[in-house]
Design a protein around this ligand. Structure first.
Ligand code: NAP
Length: 324
């Protein structure tokens, strides 16, 4: 089967097509014939050698796919060969076939093109697990989403609006802010300006979904409302910063930091539980059209390098996909 490999580690041009044996599904796994694979910012870091896959995971890039069930491992029920599905992977998505635990596979949402469905698993699982399971976002609460035009941000705006929350976003250009407004964001902040005053003027954010990490830690705490929850899911602005506990304590605030890829498959906060929550909560919203996949561009698998460059240049709004 065709796969994408990284020659050395470094620029997007080090991605090239090569060949490998088709994987066999292990016990409890589903083998998927891949229709499309979603790109994630973490793929760019893995390509540069900065984000190794978890132990035991495929070395091939790619954390989400859509496709059809090609083969079932022992002990799997609930799926049949030919079913249209999408799935979270610990790795291995940039390939014609990918195997993953059955709990991380869900049927593709009805009415969504199977290519576009590849852009849903990571954003749906990340946003559901953080805004609903982690932060328990409530109707009428204010949520601040950093990087509102990202893959994560465009999904989070839509999910937060279905919950009846008020949405503020940051983004780097007028074009991106306008797109966020069309999705339902009400407060639009160019991140080249300061976001703290704009959010404090609204009473502070009850929930902040942060992708910048260290660079925004202090400002995020300043922007939190009383009993606010800061959920950090990215470190684009560094991993290490000083935390003013006094400022957090005065607000009775909390800081949560999570990652999806490293979670166990099973258990109450494992990936299977999250995908089951996505299936029950988010899929009906997608199937009714209240949440739609936001796909910026698709590239054929062989053009993975160009696709990485497009994401790296911050040119995209929403998701970039590779098609097979
Ligand atoms: N922990 C987890 O489980 C998990 C899972 C998935 C994703 N993530 C993280 O979530 C983030 C988004 O992922 P993605 O794949 O959706 O990435 P993406 O589409 O590449 O988006 C990256 C975003 O970063 C924004 N950004 C850059 N500088 C910023 C700044 N100073 N202030 C605010 N925003 C800024 C960009 O905004 P502009 O385009 O407007 O410049 C862009 O929207 C990444 O950091 C990723 O690692 C974490």
């Amino acid at each position: 089967m065709r796969i994408i490999t990284v020659r050395g580690s470094g620029s997007a041009s080090t991605l090239e097509t090569s060949h490998a044996d088709r994987p066999r599904p292990g016990v409890g796994e589903v083998l998927i014939a891949v229709t499309a694979a979603g790109l994630n910012r973490a793929d760019l870091m893995q390509r540069q050698g900065l984000y190794p896959p978890p132990p035991g995971a495929s070395e091939i890039l790619g954390m989400e796919v859509s496709g059809t069930v090609a083969e079932l491992g022992d002990g799997v029920d609930g799926f049949s060969e030919g079913d249209e599905v999408c799935a979270l992977l610990a790795g291995g998505g940039y390939a014609e076939y990918a195997a993953t635990p059955a709990g991380q596979v869900v049927r593709a949402p009805r009415g969504v093109d199977l290519v576009e469905a590849a852009g849903l698993p990571e954003v749906a699982a990340t946003v559901y697990s953080n805004l609903i399971m982690g932060a328990a976002l409530q109707p009428d609460e204010l949520v601040l989403l950093h990087g509102g035009a990202s893959g994560i941000g465009t999904h989070a705006i839509q999910l937060a609006r279905t919950l009846g929350a008020r949405v503020a976003v940051t983004a780097g250009s007028r074009r991106k802010l306008d797109f966020c407004a069309d999705l339902g964001a009400e407060t639009l902040i160019d991140y080249h300006d300061d976001f703290v005053d704009a959010v404090v003027d609204l009473g502070g954010a009850d929930v902040i979904l942060d992708i910048m990490g260290a660079k925004y830690l202090q400002r995020n705490i300043s922007a939190l409302a009383d009993s606010g929850r800061l959920v950090i899911i990215g470190m684009q602005g560094g991993a290490s910063a000083e935390l003013n506990i006094g400022a957090l304590l005065a607000k009775r605030g909390s800081v949560l930091a999570t990652n999806l890829r490293g979670r166990p498959v099973d258990g109450p906060t494992g990936k299977s539980a999250i995908m089951s929550g996505v299936l029950d909560h988010t899929w009906p919203l997608v199937e009714s059209g209240r949440i739609r996949p936001i796909i910026d561009r698709t590239y054929p698998l062989d053009k993975a390098g160009e696709a990485h460059r497009h994401l790296e240049d911050s040119a995209a709004i929403g998701k970039v996909l590779l098609t097979l």
